[in-house]
Design a protein around this ligand. Structure first.
Ligand SMILES: [Zn+2]
Length: 207
């Protein structure tokens, strides 16, 4: 599977209006979880965040919020942030704009948020400009991709990806999905243990 762990500078330059990281002098990391809520994986993430006293941001799919409203409510009750990740996990490069924006609108009936993350990180420059204007949402990408969704990656390598690439202000992507769960169970507590011992705090995205 071909993807980059660290987001390349050229992409950040082209998509200048998107948020890629939140530069800080303080030891802060922004953990983000895409594609939930999922009964098992999201519950595990919430328990782990509580254990290490961290806050995080969940980019939810509208269809999963519709299916698991209790888990969505628990995310909010426990003080985390949520973001819109479309209703049906659409690819912005392959979907016409009207259909794409309609899907965001549909998701926004279930997810009340000023944050949007495009599925697969695939979005056109027109879409990045339209979304803040039409929906009042900031488009949030990431600086570190854990690769937890990649079946061809070992859990140890996935952990290394995060430990070696993260720094102050990094936005890190995990997935609270059935597909990523086995890897997430291994990686997330170790990431929080490691950076917690180094004095890092885990915060939600608040823009
Ligand atoms: Zn996704």
């Amino acid at each position: 599977m071909l993807y980059m762990i660290r987001s390349p500078w050229i992409l950040k330059k082209i998509f200048r209006s998107c948020i890629w990281e939140i530069p800080s002098k303080e030891k802060i990391l922004y953990l983000t979880f895409d594609d939930g809520p999922n009964p098992e994986a999201t519950a595990f993430v919430l328990d782990t965040l509580k254990l290490y006293n961290g806050k995080a941001t969940f980019f939810c799919l509208g269809k999963n919020v519709a299916e698991h409203p209790d888990m969505y409510a628990r995310i909010l009750e426990e003080g985390h942030a949520v973001g819109n990740h479309t209703y049906n996990h659409l690819n912005g490069w392959k979907t016409n704009d009207k259909k794409y924006f309609d899907d965001i609108t549909k998701a926004s009936r279930y997810i009340d948020s000023g944050l949007f993350r495009p599925p697969y990180g695939k979005i056109s420059t027109l879409q990045t400009k339209y979304i803040p204007k039409a929906f009042g949402m900031k488009v949030v990408m990431w600086s570190v991709l854990s690769g937890d969704f990649d079946a061809g990656l070992t859990q140890e390598k996935c952990l290394d990806n995060v430990l070696l690439s993260s720094k102050k202000g990094s936005i890190i992507v995990f997935h609270d999905s059935a597909k990523a769960y086995s890897k997430l169970k291994y990686v997330l507590p170790r990431v929080m243990e490691h950076f917690g011992n180094e004095g890092y705090k885990f915060d939600k995205i608040n823009l």
